[in-house]
Write a protein that binds this ligand. Structure first.
Ligand SMILES: NC(=O)c1ccc[n+]([C@@H]2O[C@H](COP(=O)([O-])OP(=O)(O)OC[C@H]3O[C@@H](n4cnc5c(N)ncnc54)[C@H](OP(=O)(O)O)[C@@H]3O)[C@@H](O)[C@H]2O)c1
Length: 261
C-alpha cells in the first residue's frame, strides 16, 4: 500500500467544517480516510458534509465547542463509537474572540479571552483523543498554529504567544507520546487565500487589512498560499509518508520565513 494511502484510517478534524480544516478533511478523505469533521454550527456542518460526501461516503459531522472539554470529549467518544477507533487528529478549530489588536489597546478581559479562546480549543481535542489513539497502538496528531509564533507581528502579541505555546506543545507532546508511537506535528500559517478569514480581512478597511496587505507584499512568491497547498502539507504530515517526522512545526508560507525564523 502507498504510504499516503489512508484507507482504513479514521480521522477527526476539529474546525473541519470551513476554511483550512475543511480542506484538510477533504484531502484526508480523498486519500481514503474515514473523516469526521467538527465545528460549532450545525449549518456549517451540513454544508461541509454535502461537499465531503462528493469525495467519500465515509464522512460525518459532530458538533461541539473545542474550548469546552466535556463537549469535545463527547465528539471524540461519538466518533470512536461510530467508526471503531481513531488514527489521525487534526486540531484546527479555534475562532478567537478578537483579531489582531495592538497590546496597548487591549483590555485585561480581551487579553484573558485571547488566550482562553485560542489555546484551549487547540489542545483539548488532543488530550481528549489520546486514549483512543493509544488504544490503536499508533497515531498522528496535527495542530494548526501561526507564524506570529515565530516572528513578532504588530497586533499579534497574544495571538503569537498562543501560537508559540502550540509550537512548544508540539515538541513536548511529540516527546511524551513517542513511546506510544503517536507523532505530533504542526503547520504554521500567516495568511491563506480562499478561506472565510481572507474574505473577512479584506472586505473592510482597518488594522487587520493593513497588516495583512503588507504581509502579502512580502511573500517571496508574490502571493499567499491557498488552503489546498496548506492541506497537502497537512495530509503529508498526517500520513505514513511522514513516519519519521515528529515534533516539527512546518511553516507553509511560500518562503516568507527566508529571513531566518
Ligand atoms: N488562515 C490562515 O492563514 C491562518 C493563519 C494563522 C492561524 N490560523 C488559525 O488556523 C485555524 C483555521 O483557520 P481558518 O482560516 O481555516 O479559519 P475559519 O475559516 O474561520 O474556520 C474555522 C473552522 O473552525 C470551526 N471553529 C471555530 N472555532 C471553533 C471552536 N471553538 N470549536 C469548534 N470549532 C470551531 C469553524 O466552524 P464553526 O464556526 O461552525 O464553529 C470552522 O469550521 C484558526 O484557528 C486560525 O486562527 C489561520
Amino acid at each position: 500500500m502507498q504510504p499516503d494511502n489512508l484507507e482504513g484510517k479514521v480521522a477527526l478534524v476539529t474546525g473541519g467544517t470551513r476554511g483550512i480544516g475543511f480542506r484538510i478533511a477533504e484531502a484526508l478523505a480523498e486519500k481514503g480516510a474515514r473523516v469526521t469533521v467538527n465545528g460549532r454550527s450545525a449549518e456549517h456542518g451540513e454544508e461541509a458534509l454535502s461537499r465531503l460526501s462528493r469525495v467519500s461516503p465515509h464522512v460525518a459531522f459532530e458538533a461541539g465547542e473545542c474550548g469546552d472539554y466535556a463537549a469535545i470529549a463527547r465528539v471524540v467518544e461519538r466518533t470512536v463509537s461510530r467508526t471503531g477507533g481513531l488514527d489521525i487528529v487534526v486540531s484546527a478549530g479555534a475562532a478567537g474572540t478578537l483579531g489582531p489588536t495592538p497590546f496597548a489597546e487591549m483590555t485585561p478581559e480581551q487579553i484573558e479571552s485571547g488566550f482562553r479562546s485560542r489555546f484551549f480549543p487547540r489542545i483539548y481535542p488532543v488530550h481528549a483523543s489520546l486514549p483512543a489513539l493509544r488504544a490503536r497502538g499508533a497515531g498522528s496528531i496535527l495542530m494548526v498554529t501561526t507564524d506570529a509564533a515565530r516572528h513578532p507581528t504588530p497586533g499579534e502579541s497574544v495571538i503569537g504567544a498562543v501560537g508559540a505555546g502550540i509550537v512548544l506543545m508540539t515538541k513536548a507532546l511529540a516527546r511524551e507520546f513517542a513511546r506510544w508511537h503517536i507523532r505530533v506535528n504542526a503547520v504554521a500559517l500567516t495568511l491563506t487565500s480562499d478561506t472565510p478569514g481572507w474574505d473577512r480581512i479584506f472586505s473592510k478597511p482597518g488594522f487587520e487589512n493593513r497588516l495583512f496587505s503588507k504581509a502579502i507584499e512580502r511573500f517571496p512568491g508574490g502571493r499567499a498560499p491557498t488552503a489546498e497547498e496548506v492541506a497537502q502539507v497537512a495530509a503529508f504530515l498526517a500520513s505514513d509518508l511522514a513516519l519519521q517526522v515528529t515534533g516539527q512545526t512546518v511553516s507553509v508560507n511560500g518562503g516568507l520565513s527566508f529571513g531566518g525564523w
